[in-house]
Design a protein around this ligand. Structure first.
Ligand code: NAD
Length: 366
């Protein structure tokens, strides 16, 4: 699902954990196994300087364990930067469960996973990600308090996806303002790739603003459903990246901007929800800049979900959640300008702001 400088099939040539590029100073990596339920999970705790490591649990049918390890490490690292740039007092963590969420996820497996989370005594707090539902978080809550994003009826903040979609929408408007001179998306041709929990709600915002939305997904039922609800065009060709659009919104899985796709992309703005959209942050971030494409860093504009979850932990109001999410617009614009002035990529500009907040807190604590 994700790639890095070292191809997944060559990862065995370097040390499996500390030697991985994506390891990048992780504080702790926990391997969880339970024979009875078939649970195989990995919890990555990247950094806890700003607070407990929070990040969702992804259940995915990985091709092999290297891929799962690489994914969790990249995702948990991303969470450190995401929470930092959003001004949250949270560190970065993430978990993956290896398996098919449709056929292998059981309440017993989720409870067993919850017990492993509990064993970390709050250093890692889990939440929902791909392959998970709010109801799964409710199951995890039965065995540990260290889970967020549980149902509103159970005192939680509920499904984070609507707020994630709202933040992506804000980030996209900022990118449009910078690239096209207007934040108004009316008449803009926009491809939304992946119309799941987040993608569908993004389509809703965009359609209401009068954008011309094309959708793509591997799930035909979702395509028909979303198309009939919002009147979006369904992409049926075999070169989705080469589609003639103004904006590309990756809302499926990571690493869709890679060596094979980057030269085909016609969009002038990339702004979407997926984590780790750049297969290689340095190379692909730079190539996008050279091509004049404004890339809205994923970890900044998809932070609406973690902001929503934070409200449950820090007891902040819905109004404050909305305000923090809308602020993604301002932060994104600041980053685009910084990247212009410093001749850096937008990803580098965003990461330097996030890293500075972590470094400053570390100094304060010392
Ligand atoms: P989801 O599982 O609900 O939806 C993903 C959609 O992408 C599905 O409809 C799936 O069929 C489709 N898809 C998978 N592979 C595809 C492909 N190759 N081409 C086209 N479509 C494909 O997930 P989600 O919760 O909507 O999250 C979407 C992305 O945003 C993920 O990368 C997730 O990590 C990220 N994200 C989500 C949240 C959140 O609050 N849900 C927060 C931050 C980041």
């Amino acid at each position: 699902m994700t790639t890095n400088i070292i191809p997944v099939n060559e990862m065995h040539k370097v040390d499996p954990v500390f030697g991985q590029i994506s390891f990048d100073g992780h504080e702790q990596v926990v391997f969880c196994h339970d024979k009875d339920t078939g649970l195989k999970a990995i919890i990555g705790i990247h950094n806890t300087i700003l607070g407990p490591a929070l990040g969702g649990t992804r259940m995915w049918n990985y091709t092999n364990e290297w891929e799962a390890l690489n994914d969790v490490l990249r995702l948990s690292r991303g969470m450190s930067f995401k929470s930092s740039i959003s001004g949250l007092n949270l560190g970065g963590g993430k978990a993956v469960i290896i398996g098919d969420a449709k056929t292998q996820k059981t309440p017993e497996l989720m409870r067993r996973f919850g017990a492993f989370v509990h064993s970390l005594s709050g250093k890692y707090i889990t939440a929902e990600d791909v392959g998970m539902e709010t109801s799964d978080m409710d199951t995890v809550r039965e065995v540990t308090p260290y889970v967020a994003g549980v149902s509103e009826s159970k005192g939680g903040s509920g499904n984070p996806s609507p707020n994630t979609a709202y933040g992506v929408y804000m980030g996209m408007k900022a990118a449009a303002k910078f690239q096209f001179g207007t934040e108004n998306l009316e008449g803009k041709k926009i491809l939304v790739q992946g119309i799941g929990h987040v993608g569908e709600i993004l389509v809703d915002h965009l359609t209401k603003e009068g954008a011309l939305v094309t959708i793509s997904d591997i799930n035909q039922d979702r395509l028909l459903d979303v198309s009939s609800k919002y009147g979006s065009k369904i992409y049926t060709g075999d070169d989705v990246y080469g589609l003639d659009v103004d904006i590309y919104a990756p809302c499926a899985l990571g690493a869709t901007i890679n060596n094979e796709t980057i030269h085909r992309i016609k969009a002038k703005v990339i702004a979407g929800a997926a984590n780790n959209q750049l297969a290689n942050e340095l190379i692909h971030g730079q190539l996008l800049k050279e091509k004049g494409i404004i890339y809205a860093p994923d970890f900044l504009i998809n932070a609406g979900g973690v902001i929503n979850i934070y409200s449950e932990l820090a007891k902040i109001s819905k109004e404050e959640v909305k305000q923090k999410t809308e602020n993604i617009y301002n932060t994104a614009l600041e980053i685009f300008h910084l990247s212009d002035i410093n001749k850096s990529t937008t990803q580098q500009a965003a990461m330097s702001i996030a890293q500075k907040r972590i470094d400053d807190r570390k100094k304060e604590k010392a």
